[in-house]
Ligand binder design. Structure first.
Ligand SMILES: [Fe+2]
Length: 245
């Protein structure tokens, strides 16, 4: 059996789980700070990637994708569920709501929801903004990028510079404010722009995982090479939808 076929079957096996995990993942809808998803999500489950582990090669290798998805992402989900089990009344809240109200959560679970809830949200989002398709930014997104950064090249340069500036583990984000103005921000560890505790809040449009676990097997210490490779796997169609929604 080819590795493509094997990986497709492995990924496909998670499709039902992904459907149960949340309709917004299946439809591609992404929760935002300005349209926080309400209502409990219950127990969290690993969403399907929607593409095979080797679909992003040579830019991201299949082994990295498989470990990242089935080990790292799953670990955040398991620990998030364990935290929620300690305070079951939190099941009535969506993950968006929990992350947007960290300051008021019970102290017993606040850090776990910040780290593992953030880890789940960020990876669930990340899988949707990367992919194997050959996609392009929409006219509307390009206009926003040109208006706020000068050009696509200038945007990419700033995004890479910000990504390189993350000390240790974290994320780089393209976010929009309430008026649709685009900005680049970074967060440490598994924080994200939805959280009430971060300095720069906004609606996530694009994200890049700059934890070493996202690239170390292929790129080792060469984060700059991973950043260059990232532009080959951005799912612009998904990014367009997030910007325009
Ligand atoms: Fe990650």
């Amino acid at each position: 059996m080819s590795s493509n076929r094997r990986n497709f079957i492995k990924t496909g096996g998670l499709v039902l789980t992904g459907i149960v995990a949340g309709a917004h993942m299946v439809s591609g809808f992404v929760p935002t700070h300005s349209a926080i998803i309400a209502g409990g999500e219950g127990d969290y489950t690993l969403p399907a990637l929607g593409y095979a582990y080797d679909a992003l090669e040579p830019h991201i290798d299949a082994r990295t994708m498989e470990i990242h998805h089935t080990k790292h992402h799953q670990a955040y989900i398991s620990k998030l569920n364990a935290a929620i089990a300690k305070e079951p009344e939190l099941k009535t809240k969506s993950l968006d709501q929990l992350l947007a109200s960290l300051k008021t959560l019970p102290e017993s679970v606040r850090n776990d929801i910040r780290n593992h809830g953030g880890g789940h949200w960020n990876h669930r989002f990340f899988w949707t903004v990367i992919g194997p398709g050959n996609t392009m930014p929409s006219e509307k997104l390009m206009a926003g990028i040109i208006n706020d950064f000068g050009s696509m090249e200038a945007f990419k340069e700033q995004f890479e510079k910000k990504s390189m500036s993350v000390f240790g583990s974290g994320w780089c984000w393209l976010i929009a404010d309430a008026k649709g103005k685009l900005m680049i921000s970074t967060t440490s560890n598994q924080d994200n722009p939805l959280m009430d505790i971060v300095e720069t809040k906004g609606k996530p449009i694009l994200a890049l995982d700059v934890w070493e676990h996202a690239y170390y097997l292929n790129y080792q210490n060469k984060r700059a090479d991973y950043l260059k490779a990232f532009w080959h796997i951005v799912n612009w169609q998904s990014v367009n939808e997030k910007f325009e929604s």
